[in-house]
Design a protein around this ligand. Structure first.
Ligand code: BG6
Length: 484
């Protein structure tokens, strides 16, 4: 099965922060992959814009290195690499002054799609927006792409929204949450709304509980300064896990279009109950054989920022009343594994008697690694031993099921950047959605700060703090094992 590639229109894409880490790791390699796939027209232009003095040749050399480091397998055809690099140019720009803006204006073509990627600190969003207008570069049709963190609380998110709204309409603003660009996350919607099988059972009557896990093995590494001001709640839950929760819990939108989908997600966020203190477990990793402790990495022995968090969350509406959502995410855990687990209720009555055993169906959607789905079903144990029941997985790895195209799933950023060019906002966060997420998050953080709550230490390479296991045990449930 070969994936269909529909080329996008001709475009000019300016990457502010074009020499930054995200550009090197994700944006430039992502664009290169889409170019190789035949999705980007040869006339398209990519303009790096950053503080460093550099010319177009310098930026091409920078990008060549980035591709060799982050997309080595795609660089085998040197001709293709050079053809891609020929699309690049560079402007040294002063985000807070006038330098470079006239030059940038001269590079933009009026008759093609124009997108500006703000891959810079949020403090510069307003400056960039103002200058793009002041220098007559942005038009009513231009799009801007903004990266997380979109604020650190409701107030700062509002300020950012207000600042951008002075210059751009909501239809022009693409707020990235890269989790929405992950193929399997989109599959969540396909599974829910493209099959009749699940939707009738997708409610509190049939679902016992839901688990969402995003576990990482890496620590905070060189990002300590940023991370220590955020913690797992702001860095992962307010955005990525919240988005997953929304896609699982939302009502079917009437169509797959930006506002229909985002309206439904917003309703979920607004329906979230406050979380009781006993339903929040925060942790911090200790030092291990292969790495320093969280406190050493962030260089602050007194930090109370969490590198792990687990929460029991309730969506207070008819569909989900009584079905808890358990969320957990953390760094330096046993395995890198992200998955959504829908645990259905046991059959209300067993016709086979208690001795035969009985258990629940479990639908597991693996986001990474080895994207796929497993449905645990109950069957008869083979053999003459009478009617005994066992659970077996109906297991589908997307890579196996889809053959070549399953192995070549585009990275989240590739998909999202192409959506910007196509003008499709469905997989981007709307301003009110981000604010609603902060409105739910803020009191939880304020609560533990007021209680002077300290995160529990956990050993790297484990499932996180003991209390996070208890969060489920006390409800007679258990987390799925963390394994890659
Ligand atoms: C980022 C967080 O948004 O997502 C990081 O800032 C985290 O802390 C990363 O490591 C996880 O993304 P992925 O795609 O590797 O699961």
């Amino acid at each position: 099965m070969v994936a269909r590639v529909i080329p996008v229109e001709d475009f000019d894409l300016v990457i502010f922060g074009g020499t930054g880490d995200l550009a090197r790791r994700k944006i430039l390699p992502g664009l290169f992959h889409r170019y190789l796939a035949g999705q980007i027209p040869r006339e398209a232009r990519i303009v790096g814009a950053a503080r460093s003095e550099m010319d177009a040749e310098g930026y091409r050399a920078f990008t060549r290195e980035a591709l060799q480091e982050f997309a080595p397998n795609s660089c085998k055809d040197g001709g293709q690499v050079e053809a891609f690099l020929a699309m690049l140019s560079y402007v040294a720009i002063d985000a807070r002054g006038d330098g470079g803006w006239t030059e940038l204006a001269g590079l933009m073509r009026p008759d093609v799609v124009q997108a500006f990627y703000f891959s810079v600190a949020p403090a510069l969003f307003g400056d960039l927006a103002e200058r793009l207008h002041g220098h007559g570069i942005a038009t009513e049709a231009s799009r801007i792409v903004v990266e997380k963190p979109f604020g650190r609380d409701l107030e700062s998110a509002r300020q950012l929204n207000r600042g951008l709204a002075e210059y751009f309409t909501e239809e022009q603003i693409y707020r990235i949450d890269h989790y929405l660009g992950k193929e399997t996350v989109q599959n969540l919607m396909a599974v829910r709304f493209g099959n009749v099988l699940f939707e009738p059972l997708w409610n509190a009557q049939f679902v016992d509980h839901i688990q969402v896990t995003v576990a990482e093995t890496v620590g905070v590494g060189g990002r300590g300064e940023y991370y220590d001001k955020s913690g797992a709640m702001r860095d992962m839950v307010q955005n990525h896990l919240m988005q997953l929760l929304c896609l699982i819990a939302m009502e079917p939108p009437s169509k797959f279009d930006p506002d229909a989908v985002r309206d439904e997600k917003l309703k979920v966020i607004r329906a979230l109950d406050p979380v009781a203190p006993e339903d929040i477990v925060r942790g911090q990793y200790r030092a291990g054989e292969d790495g320093p402790s969280y406190l050493e990495e962030v260089g602050d022995p007194r930090s109370t920022t969490e590198s792990f968090i687990a929460l029991k969350v309730h969506v207070a509406n008819w569909r989900w009343n009584g079905t808890p959502f358990y969320l957990r995410t953390g760094k330096r855990l046993r395995a890198r594994m992200s998955e959504i687990v829908v645990v259905f209720k046991e059959p209300p009555h067993s016709i086979f008697g208690d001795d035969a055993g009985r258990s629940a169906n479990i639908l597991t959607i693996r986001l990474q690694p080895d994207e796929g789905m497993t449905l645990q079903v109950t069957i008869k144990e083979p053999g003459p031993g009478g009617m005994r029941l066992i659970d077996v997985p109906l297991d589908m790895s997307f890579a196996e099921a889809l053959g070549e195209s399953g192995n070549q799933m585009p990275d989240a950023y590739e998909r999202l950047i192409m959506d910007v060019v196509r003008g499709n906002q469905t997989l981007f966060m709307r301003g009110d959605e981000v604010e609603a997420a902060w409105a739910w998050t803020d009191p939880l953080i304020a609560g533990w700060e007021a209680r002077r709550d300290k995160p529990q230490a956990y050993h790297p390479g484990t499932n996180g703090p003991e209390d996070s296991l208890m969060l489920l045990h006390r409800d007679g449930r258990r987390w799925r094992d963390l394994e890659a």
